[in-house]
Design a protein around this ligand. Structure first.
Ligand code: 4AZ
Length: 263
């Protein structure tokens, strides 16, 4: 019996050395191929990953407004623009200091405001194969049942909450606003307004988590939302909450950027 148990363990370990193996963590997901998400930015303070972000213009990163609040006051983050960090020692493709942070006008804890922030980089990022833009595609709503991908360096274990060394992605399903606001889900705390959307899975095994905030929600190939947060991670009744990149948000971005992003 002892023998069997250890051989079994060995087999599992061997299987997990294969590139396709993704362990069944509570939050699910899989590692993405190196440089396959060249628009991903990592907001870092003192070299530590705090939030995700998306390069939408050579000199601008879109992220969540609350990412600024979580960090010591008065510090400007460094943006590591990267595809994949295979190991912690492998740094980002390019690392740029930020010049200014522009949270969505009037961003507060008011549920009607938008958890969106623009970060202007000190200098434009050099675009190449490993560093590319992802343009938001305005969408005023997402139907329940829509499948979306969320990408980030966020925690893979809701009990550990430390960022992942590797960039990961998980497919989540949009949940209706009515269900998400219902008593057994968020019970209007917070209120899931028109500018927000809930997404998760029925088993609570696929979710974004701490450190994924500010990262992209891509639905049917369209960059449609940003990770805003949610209570806990990997709980079916407390799904991830995402800010929709509505036309209103898009108009705000256009007003702040030097020129409208190229189509
Ligand atoms: C966070 O703190 C966070 N389960 C992101 C996503 C979720 C919860 C928390 C959703 O960045």
């Amino acid at each position: 019996l002892k023998m069997t148990a250890s051989s079994l363990l060995f087999l599992v370990a061997a299987a997990c050395l294969m590139p396709a193996c993704s362990s069944e963590e509570v939050i699910g997901g899989r590692e993405v191929a190196p440089h396959s998400r060249p628009f991903m930015a990592s907001l870092q303070y003192h070299g530590e990953h705090v939030c995700g972000g998306v390069l939408i213009h050579p000199q601008w990163v879109l992220t969540a407004a609350h990412c600024h609040h979580r960090t010591p006051r008065g510090q400007a983050p460094t943006l590591g623009i990267t595809a994949v960090r295979a190991t912690p020692s492998q740094g980002p493709v390019t690392s740029l200091p930020s010049l200014k942070l522009i949270p969505f006008s009037g961003f507060t804890s008011d549920p009607e405001s938008h958890d969106i922030m623009l970060v202007k980089l000190h200098a434009p990022a050099k675009l190449n194969k490993q560093v590319q833009l992802l343009q938001p595609r305005p969408r005023d709503d997402l139907r329940a049942g829509t499948k979306c991908r969320v990408t980030g360096w966020g925690a893979t274990d809701p009990d550990v909450l430390s960022p992942s060394d590797t960039l990961r992605e998980v497919t989540v399903t949009v949940i209706s606003r009515k269900l998400c606001n219902s008593p057994s889900y968020y019970n209007h705390q917070p209120v899931i307004t028109k500018g927000l959307v809930c997404a998760g899975d029925a088993q609570g095994q696929k979710d974004s988590c701490q450190g994924d905030s500010g990262g992209p929600l891509v639905c049917g190939g369209a960059f449609s939302g940003l990770v805003s947060g949610g209570l806990k991670c990997g709980d079916a009744k407390k799904p991830g909450v995402y800010t929709l990149l509505t036309r209103k948000v898009q108009a705000w971005i256009r007003r702040k950027l030097p020129r409208p992003p190229a189509e």
